[in-house]
Design a protein around this ligand. Sequence first.
Ligand code: BGC
Length: 935
Amino acid sequence: MGLKNMLIMNQKIMRPQLFLLFYILFSSVLVAQHIEVGQTLIENRKNPLGIDNPKPEFTWKLTSDKRNVKQTGYEIQVANSKQNLINGDNLYWSSGKVSNEQSVNIPYSGNALLSLNKYFWRVKVWDQKGKASKWSDISYWQMGVLKKNDWQAEWITAGYTEDGEERPSPMFRKVFSIKKKIKSATAVITSRGLYEAYINGERIGDQYFTPGWTNYHERIQYQMYDVTTLLNKGENAIGALLGSGWFRGPLAWNKNLYGDEISLLMQINVEYTDGSTATIITDDSWKSNKSHIKSSEIYDGEMADGSNIEKGWKMPKFNDSKWFDVNVESYGYNNLIATINEPVKMQEIFKPKEIIETPAKEMVIDFGQNLVGFVKVRVNGKKGDTIKLFHAEVLDKEGNFYTENLREADQKNTYILSGEEDEIFIPHFTWQGFRYVRIEAAEKYIKPENFTAIALYSNMDETGSFTTSNKLLNQLQKNIKWGQKSNFLDVPTDCPQRDERLGWTGDAQVFSRTAGFNMHVNNFFEKWLKDLASGQAENGNVPHVVPNVLGSHEMGSAGWGDAATIVPWDMYIIYGNQDILETQYESMKAWVGFMKNKSENDLWNTGFHFGDWLFYRPEDDNDGRAALTDKYLIAQCFFAHSTQILINTAKVLGKVDDVKIYSDLLNKIKEAFVKEYMTPNGRLVSGSQTAYVLALNFDMLPTELRPQAAQRLAENIRSYNYHLTTGFLGTPYLNHVLTRFGHHNLAYTLLMQKTYPSWLYPVSVGATTIWERWDGRKPDGSFQNSGMNSFNHYAYGAIGDWMYRTLAGINTATDVGGVGYKKVILKPHITNQIESEEVQNQYKDKILTTVNGELETYYGKIRSFWKKNEEIVNMRFEIPVNTTAQIHLPTKDISMVKEGNRALSTLKGVAIATDDEGYLVVETGSGIYDFTIEK
Ligand code: BGC
């Protein structure tokens, strides 16, 4: 029976019969299905255009309805067309059957891939029984501009001169004709400055802030777009707009960091159905003019005069005889590179939650979420009327609009209406960090339906979720994610709103492991690390911000420079990305070399350091409660940590000599630490939480002295009445250290603490993002120092890593064969007890009875769920195909455990043991497992 007939029949079939019919039809398929290929990726992306890795890497996910399924072999096929793949002939490359269980990052190894060519591919796999899957769906990728002489386009700048301070966005246009039928057309575009381009009035792509931010002195990315469907036979027009962006915006309190002139480079390669080709390029035949965008700057916002738009300027018929010529510039192509990370795109959309008239009589929209992006305005109004939007993160104590913490950033968008029906304003080259928007406009325009907030960030997949039975914890996790979304806008920034928005290295390293739970940040950091390396000084010193716009003297702080080692290592652990270690190895080594050279007798106690930035300091500090940590003690700890990472990396890469050299160095660093900063009884010269946390986390102390150091840390926390006092550098490791050294309940107590300083204090006063400071808004409602008080800084969100790894218990093995969740470790901590009565009293009900953590890895979804009551614990684990798992169950007594409805002891193919902490360890393969543990 054909599918169509079946569907017609369906209308007459009763529900139970329908079910039976489907069951009979599909159950045979289900039984037969043992292993299938699901999502496929190349260079960690779906169907990417513009790849300049000559050996791009393939990854695929596998699915199965059975347990314990592994891949034992694969075959990849690559062809020039979909049809060739389907026919299975004329293949460009076939790997043949490879007996191997690798399904992540398999490099292409056929004949050289050609510049600008598009390739199609598919894969099939075999399971342990030798049974083959079906071929995967066909995916594709397109190579970038691999040869410099494939660039025919010329850089162009606007032909008019800017008057004084005014910097309108230039428009460019070009008309050309297409006489034959098009098979395919690809546009390759970049700019010095930001660009938006159009063909016949249609925007090319949906990306924002292209070409992205890199170290423009050495690296400028281009983007590639499929524009086949935008072109018509006959006359066509290209239009483009440029903005100052990061290139010449007044970034980081400077002007014109990279250059005075913004310019465009664009090339469209057309292939006709008859096999002939044409190329349309930027050159001296283009025209230019000032656009209606009077200014558009990252910090200050956009000013657009709708009444001044030259209608139809993006269309072929427009008369541009009054426009200016363009200048051709000789910037060359040497710095041009393909884009590896996900582009910035529009994401969530928010409608106004309410419109408030503040005590100061201002009209303010509350969007309910602190976010990064802009407000879209859609109005019907009168030509020449003006709507001004001002953006802020918070209202003050009195309920008034508060912008002092933005410092010099205006965050202001101004629109002059054209008077056309339903006109829409969306900024082009700027974004704002805000929850509240103050509107200055005639009253008739201030209606909720006229305003929509749109979040913008790098278009990375969300990979993790962490939910519990506790609302505050759920909100904390939401705030962590919004802190990440708001600051992962092409580069990892410290904050998205004030006159900063820079790639602070310290912030990025503190948060990178958490970031890798929430989103797919592999390519995002890979790109940023290349900029880090390219901005590194000759002597290996690492800039405070990447891309470096602060200059050569702003470098070399402990905990900041270590982004050079920590971030690549995190990407290796999370994604199994060994390439990143290879690419970054020299940079990592150079940073360790820098610290070594700055040290005397292996003690790094020179230079400027930010220290444990923003640690706890009470206002009235007469008895010395400030949790100050000696900056050089911190420096020595990070010197050791980076050296340890370098040793680990050298081992992975098989650099035997380096393993030896740096292991010797590490011993000396630790000896110097003990000599300088520890008394013979194991007390540290700084008694702060951060001092003990770093010394313990990086194994700086002799083994026998560690438990008592951990005890001192615990006592310190109790002496602050169960509060943390750590700053940026101590915070990420605090709870990990407590759990590791047997103080898990104390870690849990800190997490659940609602009073300042704590993670839940901001949550309990209504925060929707992570704050820069523990007390950005003080308990009395007043604000911290406006000079540095962002309400959207992700650093303290680094607790997310502990929440996923300890409460949900999702982890990866770290040995070469286990990284990237090839070997999954599942060890949820379910016996969480509050140590302090005061904290306990902050809650009425049971605090935490359920946790559900999920993580989408390159192998598929890992899930760890637990739920408990007085009698029973239920746990569910999902383990992806082609991985193995070590599940740690919180009991010593195997007779109390069931999997499904069978006693655990009877389960086939499962190895069982007990770990040091008395958990029952179950080793198993893929599948879904339901455990119950009776108490
Ligand atoms: C940033 C921080 C950064 C710091 C350096 C600040 O202005 O916002 O997050 O790491 O400077 O200490």
